[in-house]
Design a protein around this ligand. Structure first.
Ligand code: NAP
Length: 262
């Protein structure tokens, strides 16, 4: 009998984990995507798309599908799903592992202002008197910045914001990472950027802008990650696989108590 595994995905790490688990003959893996992207790339294994209907819906799903372990590999800023998974797994007594890439940390030469939320980011921005800002916060989080009428924004997003808030001074740049260092340098120079506003997603795909900013002494307003429940945590796919091996040993012991005792 194959053990049922649920991956809450939407990140690069979730695709890599699904690929690694596809090699395990003793597992049946379902990937769950929120459904924000039309025509998403499908991970290895089975895929279901759309919300569960809060923690209660997820509890029902875990029972119905006889899920034996859950990996929360949602984005560091997708906090609601993490809390839902925590509540649901606790209630359904299903082991849960959070797989999360490490956050970026400032290095010598960085000029970072670390903020808790977008209101604080807006206040910090105004105090600094910037002129030309690279806004890389995601297409759904632009509204707090739209009222700043004497700042020019270069808004970088993967897909067009819909609706696009009315910015008095802005240019939209549609572009999907990974972004390399040379292109990030060019982007900052050509647009004479003096401040970057972004969130601490971590990982290599979007970190080159931070190096280019450091080289130029450009200020970075960095939104910190939201608070998460205290769950077992892995910071790499390898760590997540090790955790699963421990679960497998436990399941074997449950199935074969006599042999495990002997
Ligand atoms: P969120 O605030 O944590 O979740 C909002 C709701 O969306 C959840 O309550 C859940 O609905 C549903 N949901 C989220 N992730 C899901 C998943 N993997 N499978 C099924 N339902 C899911 O998340 P978000 O910020 O809206 O992000 C949505 C998705 O985009 C996440 O999967 C995340 O990994 C990915 N993503 C987010 C960001 C970001 O910056 N936020 C960046 C890149 C990718 P129900 O309550 O109905 O179950």
């Amino acid at each position: 009998m194959k053990e049922r595994i649920l991956i809450l995905g939407g990140t690069t790490e979730a695709y890599v984990l699904a690929e690694a688990l596809a090699a395990h003959d003793d597992l049946r893996v379902t990937n769950s995507l929120a459904g924000r992207t039309t025509d998403p790339r499908l991970p290895a294994g089975e895929t279901r798309i759309g919300g569960f209907g809060g923690p209660e819906g997820l509890i029902d799903y875990l029972h119905e599908q006889r899920i034996r372990a859950v990996f929360d590999v949602t984005h560091p800023f997708a906090a609601s799903m993490g809390w839902n998974a925590y509540q649901a797994c606790h209630a359904a007594r299903v082991p849960l592992l959070r797989l999360e890439r490490p956050a970026w940390t400032p290095e010598e030469g960085d000029r970072w202002d670390q903020v808790e939320g977008w209101d604080e980011a807006v206040n910090t921005l105004i105090q600094g008197g910037p002129q030309r800002v690279l806004l890389a916060v995601g297409r759904q989080e632009l509204v707090p910045f739209a009222g700043l009428d004497d700042i020019w924004f270069l808004i970088r997003a993967v897909t067009p914001p819909d609706p696009m808030p009315e910015f008095p001074l802005a240019e939209l740049l549609l572009s999907r990472g990974p972004f390399d260092l040379d292109n990030e340098r060019k982007l900052l120079d050509e647009h004479r950027i003096d401040t970057i506003v972004c969130k601490n997603s971590g990982g290599l795909a979007t970190s080159a802008k931070l190096i280019a900013a450091r080289e130029r002494g450009i200020r970075v307003i960095m939104r910190q990650r939201p608070r998460r429940p205290e769950t077992p945590l892995a910071t790499s796919v390898e760590g997540a696989l090790n955790w699963l091996e421990m679960r497998k040993t436990q399941w074997r012991c449950e199935r074969e108590p006599a042999r495990a005792a002997g």
